[in-house]
Design a protein around this ligand. Structure first.
Ligand SMILES: NC(=O)c1ccc[n+]([C@@H]2O[C@H](COP(=O)([O-])OP(=O)(O)OC[C@H]3O[C@@H](n4cnc5c(N)ncnc54)[C@H](OP(=O)(O)O)[C@@H]3O)[C@@H](O)[C@H]2O)c1
Length: 279
């Protein structure tokens, strides 16, 4: 059941995966949803098949695109009560190999983009003294993993900003929720491999790339579907008192619990062991 306070939501990265599933679930709860991403055709297809969902072209890295999207929402009298900052991707590659401009773009999408969107909706939420922002992080935000250093750094930065924002805004009636999805089969794995591109060629870390490549393929075929994460996002966002953090599904809960108790040396050794077995 939709909490009466959340009537309209803006979901970024809604053209695929977790974002698309979240847009669908919110609409099923009676929330009016603006589904945003760069691929308008995918959003329009979602809108056609899901009553209550409307398509919004948006590139979170582009100031002008964000301004245009906000202007469109204002023109439609849409008051955003819920922002799901879900748009994101994983830049695969060894820390030594990742070109600086790729690291910058990773941070631009996953960190700066999320901040840009939050800054666009927070003034309205503060003024109305109600609203929820959900930032989609990852267990990678609490424990770094090899060959995804740029991605892990972006999620760690997002977690840090999220925590600061939550403390700052608490007195204004706005809730900030951090969600860490587990291993979910979406376009994420393919996009990560594409972003890694030719970094593996001539790399001294070729064995590691082979292992991580296998891991991505494994997750693509055996990862959880996005619906349990979407359920967790919607439950948290519509709760009368939204939780600060949600790990979902079970693998994310287990990973974060383990990271919280394992000394970092042991955690790193376990990760290297697991990767070597894959390679
Ligand atoms: N899949 C997993 O195992 C997993 C695990 C933990 C956390 N996560 C996080 O969950 C979130 C969603 O990932 P997913 O698995 O659903 O991946 P996905 O299927 O690849 O979806 C990513 C979405 O982000 C959008 N996007 C990417 N760059 C964008 C930009 N510059 N502006 C606007 N939208 C952009 C994409 O849309 P367009 O290409 O149309 O713009 C797409 O809709 C990400 O933040 C990811 O880090 C995923």
């Amino acid at each position: 059941m939709s909490d009466a306070k959340i009537r309209t939501a803006l979901v970024t990265g809604a053209s695929a995966g977790i974002g698309r599933a979240t847009a669908r679930k919110l609409a099923a709860e009676g929330v009016s949803v603006w589904a945003a991403a760069r691929r308008l055709e995918a959003l329009e297809a979602l809108s056609r098949e899901t009553p209550g969902v409307r398509a919004l072209r948006l590139d979170v890295t582009d100031e002008e695109s964000v301004r245009d999207a906000m202007a469109r929402l204002a023109a439609e009298d849409a008051t955003i009560d819920l922002l799901v900052n879900n748009a994101g991707f994983g830049q695969m590659g060894a820390v030594e190999d990742v070109p600086v401009e790729k690291l910058r773009y990773q941070l631009e999408v996953n960190v700066v983009g999320a901040l840009r969107m939050a800054q666009a909706v927070l003034p309205g939420m503060r003024a109305r003294r109600r609203g929820v922002v959900v930032n989609v992080s990852s267990p990678a935000g609490v424990a770094s993993m090899p060959f995804f250093g740029a991605y892990c750094a972006s999620k760690a930065a997002l977690e840090s900003l999220t925590s600061a924002l939550r403390m700052e805004i608490a007195d204004f009636g706005v809730s900030i929720v951090l969600v860490r999805p587990g291993a979910i089969a979406t376009e994420f794995q393919e996009v990560a491999q594409e972003a890694g591109g030719s970094l593996a060629e001539h790399s001294p870390y070729a064995d590691g790339y082979r292992a991580i490549d296998r891991l991505m393929k494994e997750l693509e075929s055996r990862g959880f579907p996005p619906e349990p994460v979407a359920d967790a996002i919607v439950r948290a966002a519509l709760a009368s008192s939204p939780p600060a953090e949600v790990n979902a599904p079970i693998d994310a809960k287990a990973t974060v619990a383990l990271v919280n108790v394992l000394p970092s040396g042991l955690r790193e050794a376990a990760m290297r062991f697991a990767l070597r077995r894959l390679g």
